[in-house]
Design a protein around this ligand. Structure first.
Ligand code: TMP
Length: 240
């Protein structure tokens, strides 16, 4: 894969929507930064930059909703209200940022997407899966990522990592991290079930490896997809 290559030219027409998922402390943010900068170097001659974004958030309105959801002082939402807020933010994000960027041929890399709702709200908090799937249809028209990396790590090890990070950042975004280890075990199990349910787009990566080894695994899969050997398709209703 190189800038100006046939693979990069193909990006112009289609775009590629990649999401990163995982429990707390799985190393998503570090990997997203590294992968984006590697792809940026690969695609620069073509004039296309990877677009990085996050959920909940990604647009001004969705970032306002993020504050309501992830800050301890953001409010005490009922489970249904919470889910509706996630999908309200996601609808704005998809319509205003993700789809236009894909239509322009970009690679969009998103930190969390609907699989987080499946893992946290359904496997974690017991929301009926059908409610989530109905909301995917209602608010997103069935829109799903082309490719999803699930960074898998032992829950205790992940929580220890994210505890250190939150202490250093003092961001106050710890509402979901504050839940107990049993909840995080449910999340991990949920993510592995999601991967089994959507095998054509989900790739489980061993996040206990060194960051460099994790990056290597991910880039190999993206490289295959860009070369036309992988799973990348259209994004619209790709995995239902
Ligand atoms: P972050 O820590 O990766 O920035 O994500 C913010 C928190 O929001 C994280 O604890 C997971 C949670 N979350 C959900 O519970 N459901 C969702 O759909 C999303 C996108 C995030």
């Amino acid at each position: 894969m190189s800038g100006g290559s046939p693979e990069a030219a193909a990006m112009k027409k289609q775009g590629l929507f990649i999401t990163f998922e995982g429990g707390e402390g799985s190393g998503k943010s570090t990997q997203i930064k590294t992968i984006a900068s590697l792809l940026s170097a690969e695609l620069s001659a073509d004039g296309h930059q990877p677009v990085t974004t996050r959920e909940p958030g990604g647009t001004p309105e969705a970032e306002k909703i993020r504050h309501l959801l992830v800050h301890r002082d953001g409010g005490n939402w009922t489970p249904m209200a919470e889910i509706l807020l996630f999908f309200a933010a996601r609808n704005m994000h998809v319509e205003q940022l993700i789809k236009p960027a894909l239509a322009a041929g970009n690679i969009v890399i998103c930190d969390r997407f609907t699989d987080s709702t499946r893992a946290y709200q359904s496997y974690g908090h017991g929301i009926e899966p059908d409610i989530i799937e109905s909301l995917v249809q209602l608010t997103l028209g069935g829109f799903e990522p082309d490719m999803t990396f699930i960074l898998d790590i032992d829950s205790a090890a992940g929580l220890a990592r994210s505890g250190k990070r939150l202490q250093a950042e003092q961001s106050g975004e710890d509402r979901f991290e504050a839940l107990d280890i049993a909840f995080h075990e449910k999340l991990r199990h949920g993510y592995l079930e999601i991967a089994a349910r959507y095998p054509e787009r989900c790739h489980v990566i061993d996040a206990a490896q060194t960051p460099d080894a994790v990056t290597k695994d991910i880039m190999a899969i993206i490289g295959d997809a860009l070369a036309g050997e992988g799973t990348a398709t259209s994004g619209e209703g790709a995995a239902t």
